[in-house]
Design a protein around this ligand. Structure first.
Ligand code: NAI
Length: 333
C-alpha cells in the first residue's frame, strides 16, 4: 500500500530540487503519494501566509514531511520557518550524517560522522531583548528533559547502527549551568551503554581536531547552535553543503531536509546539486521501512558520483541539475 507524505517545495532552489527528487522517487518505484504545498517567501507574497493552514493540516495527518529549504530574512523579519516547524512539532533530534564520497577529492577520504543536534532549545528559542539602546541580550535555554532525550537518541542510534563511539561536544568550562548540565547528563546516560565508547570534548578544540583529522570522530551530540555550526564545518570536509542530508525526528512527527539553505544566488539557474535532498529522501524511505528502495537510489547516486561525468558545478562538474538527475535515473537498477 502506498504511503502519503507531505512535501513543501520551499524557496530559492527548493522547487527545482523538489521536482528532481520526486522524479527519482517515481523512477525508483517508491510506494509513495504526495500532498504538495508551496511555502515560504513566495507564498507570503501571493497569499499572505508563510505556511498555508492546509499544509500544516497535511503534515499533521501524514506525520512525515519532505521539506525543501526555506529562506529566512537575515537580521530582521519573521522567525525562521525551519525553527518554527522543529519546535511546533517537537522534532528534537536533528540527525546529520556526513560521509566521504567518491566524487569529490578532499583532504580526507574516510569521513563518517553523524551529528546529533538538539533541535528545540539553546539560542534558537529566539528570546532576544534590547536592554538599552546599546545593549542586546539573548536567552539560551537548556532543559534536562531535552538534554536527556537527545543524548539517548545519539546512544540508541550508535547501538542500532553498530557505531563505536559517541562524543559529547560542549562548552562546560565556561557555561557551567547550561553546558554543565549537558555534560553531566551525558556522563550519566553513557553508563547505560557500556558497549559504546563515550567521550567529551570542548567545542573549540573539537573544531580544530575535526579539520586536522575528522576520522577520529564517530557519533557526536551537542546543543543547537554548536550542531548548526559543526555540521556545516563537517560538510566542508566532504565537499560542501550539496552533500549533507538530515532527519528531524520527534516522537510523533518526522521531517527530512537537506542541511543547506535556499541558495538564492543560484536559484532558477539549473545549477543546484539535489544530492543532499535526494539523500534526505532516502533517510525518509528508511524511516518508512522502505530500505530496499532507499538502497537502490543510494547505489545509483554512488555510481553517478563515482563515474564523475555528470557532476554539478559545486562538485567541479558542468552538468545541470536535470542532466545529473537523468544520469541518476539511468543508473537505477
Ligand atoms: P545556503 O546553504 O543557501 O548557500 C550557501 C552557499 O552554498 C551558496 O553559495 C549556495 O549557492 C551554495 N549551495 C547551497 N546549497 C547548494 C546546492 N544544493 N547545490 C549547489 N550549491 C549549493 O546558505 P545561505 O546563503 O546562508 O542561506 C540562504 C537562505 O537559506 C537564508 O535565507 C537562510 O536562512 C536559509 N536557510 C534555510 C535552511 C533550511 O531551510 N533548512 C538552512 C540554512 C539556511
Amino acid at each position: 500500500m502506498k504511503k502519503t507524505i507531505t512535501v513543501f517545495r520551499g524557496d530559492g532552489i527548493g522547487p527545482e530540487i523538489t521536482d528532481s527528487v520526486l522524479k527519482v522517487l517515481e523512477a525508483a518505484g517508491a510506494p509513495l503519494e504526495y500532498e504538495m504545498f508551496n511555502v515560504g517567501q513566495k507564498e507570503w507574497e501571493t497569499n499572505g501566509k508563510l505556511i498555508p493552514d492546509e499544509a500544516y493540516a497535511s503534515f499533521e495527518k501524514n506525520r512525515v514531511l519532505l521539506k525543501a529549504p526555506i529562506t529566512t530574512p537575515v537580521g530582521f523579519g519573521f522567525r525562521s520557518l525551519n525553527v518554527t516547524l522543529r519546535t511546533k512539532y517537537d522534532l528534537y533530534a536533528n540527525i546529520r550524517p556526513v560521509r566521504s564520497n567518491s566524487a569529490v577529492k578532499t583532504r580526507f577520504e574516510n569521513v563518517d560522522v553523524v551529528i546529533f543536534r538538539e533541535n528545540t532549545e539553546g539560542m534558537y528559542i529566539g528570546k532576544e531583548n534590547m536592554v538599552d539602546e546599546d545593549t542586546a541580550e539573548a536567552i539560551r535555554l537548556t532543559t534536562r528533559k531535552a538534554t536527556r532525550r537527545i543524548i539517548r537518541a545519539a546512544f540508541d542510534y550508535a547501538v542500532k547502527n553498530n557505531r563505536r563511539k559517541v562524543t559529547c561536544v560542549h562548552k562546560a568550562n565556561i557555561l557551567k549551568m547550561t553546558e554543565g548540565m549537558i555534560l553531566s547528563e551525558f556522563r550519566e546516560i553513557a553508563k547505560e551503554y557500556p558497549q559504546i565508547e563515550a567521550d567529551d570534548k570542548i567545542v573549540d578544540a573539537t573544531c580544530m581536531q575535526l579539520v586536522i583529522d575528522p576520522t577520529k570522530f564517530d557519533v557526536m551530540v551537542m546543543e543547537n547552535l554548536f550542531g548548526d555550526i559543526l555540521s556545516d564545518l563537517c560538510s566542508g570536509l566532504i565537499g560542501g553543503l550539496g552533500l549533507v542530508p538530515s532527519s528531524n525526528i520527534g516522537d510523533d512527527y518526522a521531517m527530512f531536509e537537506a542541511v543547506h539553505g535556499s541558495a538564492p544566488d543560484i536559484a532558477g539557474k539549473h545549477l543546484a546539486n539535489p544530492t543532499a535532498f535526494l539523500w534526505s529522501a532516502c533517510l525518509m524511505l528508511e524511516y518508512l521501512g522502505e530500505n530496499e528502495c532507499a538502497a537502490k537510489i543510494r547505489r545509483a547516486v554512488d555510481d553517478v558520483l563515482t563515474e564523475g561525468k555528470h557532476l554539478t558545478g559545486d562538485l567541479h562538474g558542468t552538468a545541470s541539475t536535470d542532466e545529473y538527475i537523468e544520469a541518476v535515473i539511468a543508473a537505477l537498477k
